[in-house]
Design a protein around this ligand. Structure first.
Ligand SMILES: Cc1ncc(COP(=O)(O)O)c(C=O)c1O
Length: 407
């Protein structure tokens, strides 16, 4: 049977996905078909302001023309080589990324979870080969409330019961400390500790901010104990917080950083780990890899995604417009709001328990032409593309205010 796609309605698409797709997401029932800049359109022709940016993967805005052109050009030339052969894009991405961030070396991957896995493997191997930890004894300290992906090893250190339920047995070697608690971190460090893994802002936990000074002090502690400070900047990095990395807010230079999402401007899964030679050089040919990691299409897209982020002033814009949005949100007098927090254009509005959950507010905002999503039950996350202007934020604020006051 050939389906007449043009004639399908929103409900048809929802029914098809329900019938043929896994039930592992609970999306808002809007079926998007086109995007440009900060705007997206559904199959019925309604226009929405995207206030989520694909969980911060579309920092540069939808279908950014320069990234699109880089994708088309490279796709026409050579999309994939595998790492069995070299290609003429990966070395340039590696150079540009290292020059931009000040790290010695990078390793390319695809999804964020793969970058995190790569960083964990690097930390363990560094622990055994350089630090001198006894075989199979390496420990990695993680934070409560973490979200770093969905692989079995990563969910092994999640404290969210649903992410683990039914997926055991789990990978050992992880120790959890409360996010923001320095004393607990210090107590947890042993001679076998190889790394401390931390999100400089916990996006999925509900835009949870670190207490002031925490990242700086945690990085100092790690240095003191010869432990790698690993910052997962997959969501908070690449301009989202108003600086290149959220760690920059405390002048912290992590020993290792994972990036993904906006590294491709939303066109294609591209991720990477950045670190210095004494860590990266523990890897030998055959130790780790990925068929698609470092492919020329992804590398060309990432090169342009980084260029437009810098050249088009998106990071400064995120800082300025984000500060304005945060301040204006805090001024909204709503009986439902418990706290507004965030940095740059990564903002969480936490609702009071009696507000009836964040979902209904997201539904009401959708009806007003604004797309955002609840994180956990009580937080609405606002994370528009970093190209948004103050006037466009005003357009959004008018609707947010109406919904937060009256819904
Ligand atoms: C901080 C952080 N790390 C890792 C990931 C996993 O990235 P991916 O979904 O691309 O595997 C996410 C995704 O939301 C994230 O927010």
């Amino acid at each position: 049977m050939v389906l007449e796609y043009q004639a399908l309605t929103t409900q048809d698409y929802i029914d098809l996905e329900k019938k043929y797709g896994a039930n592992n997401y609970k999306p808002l029932d809007v079926v998007l078909t086109r995007g440009e800049g900060i705007w997206v359109w559904d199959v019925e022709g309604h226009r929405y302001l995207d206030f989520l940016s694909a969980y911060s993967a579309v920092n540069q805005g939808h279908a950014h023309p320069r990234i699109l052109q880089a994708l088309i050009d490279q796709a026409q030339r050579l999309p994939l080589t595998s790492r069995a052969f070299r290609n003429d894009q990966l070395p340039l991405l590696a150079k540009e990324l290292c020059e931009l961030t000040g790290y010695d070396k990078m390793i390319p991957m695809n999804s964020g979870a793969e970058a995190v896995e790569t960083a964990l493997k690097l930390a363990r191997k560094w622990g055994y080969k350089v630090k001198g930890v006894a075989e199979d004894q390496a420990q990695i300290i993680v934070c409560s409330g973490n979200f770093q992906g969905r692989t079995i090893s990563i969910i092994s250190f999640s404290d969210e019961p649903q992410y683990r339920d039914g997926f055991g047995p789990f990978t050992p070697g992880f120790v959890t400390v409360p996010y923001g608690d320095l004393e607990a971190l210090e107590r947890a460090i042993t001679p076998d500790t190889v790394a401390f893994s931390v999100e400089p802002i916990q996006g999925e936990a509900g835009v949870v901010m670190p207490p002031p000074g925490y990242l700086r002090a945690a990085a100092d502690l790690c240095k003191q104990h010869n432990v790698l400070f690993f910052a997962d900047e997959i969501q908070s990095g690449l301009g989202r917080s108003g600086k290149l990395f959220a760690s920059d807010w405390e002048d912290v230079r992590p020993d290792m950083i994972a990036i993904g999402k906006a590294l491709s401007g939303g066109f294609y899964p591209v991720s990477a780990v950045l670190t210095d030679s004494q860590v990266m050089d523990v890897l030998r040919p055959g130790d780790h890899g990925s068929t698609f990691g470092g492919n020329p299409l992804g590398a060309a897209v990432a090169r342009m995604a980084l260029r437009v982020l810098i050249e088009e002033g998106m990071i400064d814009n995120a800082r300025q417009v984000g500060a304005y949005l945060l301040e204006r949100l805090r001024q909204i007098a709503s009986p439902h709001v418990k706290e507004v927090r965030g940095r740059g254009l990564l903002i969480g509005v936490e609702l009071r328990p009696e507000a009836g959950g964040a979902r209904r507010f997201c539904e009401a905002l959708r009806a007003e032409g604004l797309l955002c999503k609840e994180t956990h039950d009580h937080v609405i996350r606002f994370a528009p593309p970093l190209i948004i202007t103050r006037a466009e934020v005003d357009w959004a604020l008018e609707r947010i205010e109406r919904v937060l006051r009256t819904a």
